[in-house]
Ligand binder design. Structure first.
Ligand SMILES: [Zn+2]
Length: 633
């Protein structure tokens, strides 16, 4: 029995439920009936029907981005008369020539006003505005596309980065999270309120506009993306999908106010001032009430926790409850929405349709590898699946090791459940004995899953593993509180703080580190590896115990508050840890355990115990990381 197997149980429960939940959504077609006050329109740039407010419909028609499906008279659409059934033949536009745009108006010899944009008035007195300017305004700013390839530098002092990426749409990143807000002329619409960005959200808004925040949209209910809302937004209209509101109501958390505006439809438009955002419920691929936030004119989309541009998705495909729907969501995005960039919730890059395609291909490949491993009759198919997938994808996606085993376990489980869909009645009744394993705060993503444990033997083994893990954490907490280590770390922080540009120094040393051949260390590297802190860390690499035998840590390192190594039991891959996800999280989370992953230097499956180091007053001073092997008992 190994921790990996325990993870199987962890993943089993949500996946079993996933089989039972069907996540369909209703399509709006040309025959759909909209609710009162809404008009059915054909969205020209996405060739899709939508029910929108009648005001929005006329506005969109003026902008040339949609047309009402009913015959338009001169007057704007207000009340829709009875739809006349036209059984077989499609009614097309009448055969006599009607002027519908600027070009046709000019071609018919009507006068042109030399304004900008130019306007043409036809014989009926109707005015047609040249669409040149409109076209220029569509989409994101050209420079925005740079952010799809190169992450912007985050000012460490400020702790965030903000930039206008399209008309009135601001992209905000910080602490490994990203979101957006929109200025409307009548107040700011904020989307999400990620915990790691926190108060900086308000600072970023104040940096670019004096408009107050009047609305906040929840992309979904999860605490990490929305948990700052209660602290930073007041007198704000909160908006979400009805299912998200249900979750928030049940969780009763003052950090996440329950929305007063909810919607149950496929699409809901939010119009404030001169901006319209469309909210789409395209399926619960990640959690109950996931929505896409879409700015059709600016061609910006936001969909959280589906993918991470440039990186592997978060564990078990963004902890999706339904791999089928997860895959399908990629197609929904690619086929139905026209966007230049997608805000994905994580990393410091903007995503494009290419990233969506890549993530889909990755998922398909992992599925294929899991299938191969199952067919080969592997005892641990996830291991074979992981090594095949890493080999295929490590040139393409970063951070692959971190979640590969999780992805493969989820996929193996998915394929097995698909195979046995006819045998679902064979589900075991739930064992009253269950262990809660709140290892990682990010487990909020799947709440703390109850793990049914099948028999006494396994129960004992699980308990043994958890006792061992607890012991290891205690040992590392003790090490992180060692006064000798703390004083060296504080000294290091002072030296770095006194530098003109500590980040440039770290980047330079990191480069030196990476360039130095594996079998030799530069004097700078040796100084750290041979330091007194490193000696103290090495003393803890193996701890003899009565209960567990020799407890070992293949590697222990300590960084200062800038992310630079201060001590390390042996040579590490690089000098700068400040750009690593585990390091960034340690700034806010006291203790966390990373996911089980393949450690390429130690050639073992391991998880890392990460401890936030603090001074006497509880201020963040550095991070301790201990690699711990995951092996069969
Ligand atoms: Zn989430």
């Amino acid at each position: 029995m190994s921790l990996q197997k325990i993870t199987v149980f962890l993943l089993l429960t949500p996946l079993l439920f996933a089989v039972l939940v069907q996540n369909g959504y209703s399509e709006i077609t040309k025959d759909s009936q909209c609710k009162e006050g809404y008009v059915l329109v054909l969205r020209i740039n996405v060739s899709r029907y939508a029910c929108v407010f009648d005001d929005t419909a006329s506005e969109w028609e003026t902008l040339g981005i949609a047309e009402a499906t009913e015959e338009m008279e001169e007057a704007p659409v207000v009340e829709v008369p009875e739809v006349v059934e036209t059984p077989d033949e499609e009614t097309e536009e009448p055969s006599d020539i009607t002027i519908t745009n600027f070009d046709e108006c000019v071609a018919a010899g009507n006068p042109v006003m030399e304004s900008y944009p130019r306007q043409c008035i036809d014989s009926d007195g109707q005015t047609f505005v040249e669409e040149v300017m409109m076209q220029d305004e569509l989409g994101v700013f050209p420079e925005t596309m740079n952010y799809t390839a190169q992450a912007p530098t985050i000012d460490q002092e400020k702790g965030y980065f903000v930039d206008e990426i399209a008309d009135g749409i601001y992209w905000l990143i910080g602490g490994g999270y990203q979101t957006m807000f929109v200025t409307t002329g009548e107040g700011v619409i904020a989307v999400d309120a990620p915990q790691p960005i926190g108060e900086n959200y308000l600072a970023a808004i104040a940096e670019v506009t004096s408009e107050p925040v009047t609305h906040m949209i929840y992309s979904h209910s999860h605490l990490d993306h929305t948990g700052a809302a209660g602290q930073i937004f007041s007198n704000v209209t909160f908006i979400s999908h009805i299912e998200t509101a249900d979750v928030l109501l049940a969780e009763n958390d003052t950090n996440r106010p329950v929305p007063s505006v909810t919607f149950d439809d496929y699409m809901y438009p939010v119009s404030v001032g001169n901006q319209t955002l469309e909210l789409y419920h395209i399926g619960n691929f990640h959690s109950d009430g996931d929505i896409m936030i879409y700015a059709p004119i600016q061609k910006v989309a936001m969909l959280v926790d589906l993918l991470r541009p440039g990186e592997s998705p978060y564990k078990a495909f963004g902890v999706t409850p339904d791999i089928d729907l997860y895959l399908q969501t990629h197609d929904t995005l690619l086929d139905n929405f026209d966007f230049d960039v997608l805000i994905s919730g994580h990393t410091n890059l903007l995503a494009t349709k290419d990233d969506v395609m890549l993530n889909k291909q990755f998922t398909v490949d992992v599925m294929e590898n899991a299938r191969q491993a199952l067919e080969a009759g592997e005892a641990n198919p996830e291991v074979m699946c992981a090594s095949l997938s890493i080999e295929q994808w490590n040139q393409t996606l970063a951070n692959l090791d971190a979640f590969m085993i999780d992805h493969c376990l989820a996929m193996v489980q998915y394929l097995s459940s698909v195979d046995s869909t006819n045998a679902t009645d064979a589900m075991e009744p739930e064992d009253p004995f269950s262990v809660k394993v709140p290892l990682d705060e990010e487990l909020t993503d799947i709440s703390s899953v109850s793990v049914p444990v099948p028999d006494d033997e396994i129960r004992e083994q699980v308990k043994g593993q958890l006792d061992l893990l607890t012991f290891k954490i205690e040992q590392m907490v003790e090490l992180a509180e060692n006064n000798d280590i703390i004083s060296v770390v504080i000294d290091s922080n002072k030296r770095f703080a006194a530098m003109d540009d500590a980040n440039a120094y770290i980047a330079e040393k990191d480069e030196e580190w990476l360039k130095t051949p594996r079998n030799s260390n530069s004097p700078f590297m040796s100084a750290i590896i041979e330091s007194s802190v490193s000696d103290l860390l090495r003393e803890k690499l193996v701890i003899p115990t009565q209960e567990f035998g020799d407890v070992s840590f293949p590697e222990i390192i300590v960084t200062n508050s800038f992310g630079a190594n201060v001590g390390q039991s042996q040579r590490t891959e690089d000098y700068n840890q400040g750009d690593e996800g585990w390091w960034i999280r340690a700034k806010t989370v006291s203790i966390h355990i990373t996911e089980v992953a393949w450690d390429s230097s130690a050639e073992i499956f391991s998880a890392d115990i990460i401890i936030k180091m603090v001074d006497e007053d509880g201020n963040f001073i550095g991070v301790l990381k201990a690699v711990t092997p995951i092996r069969d008992v």
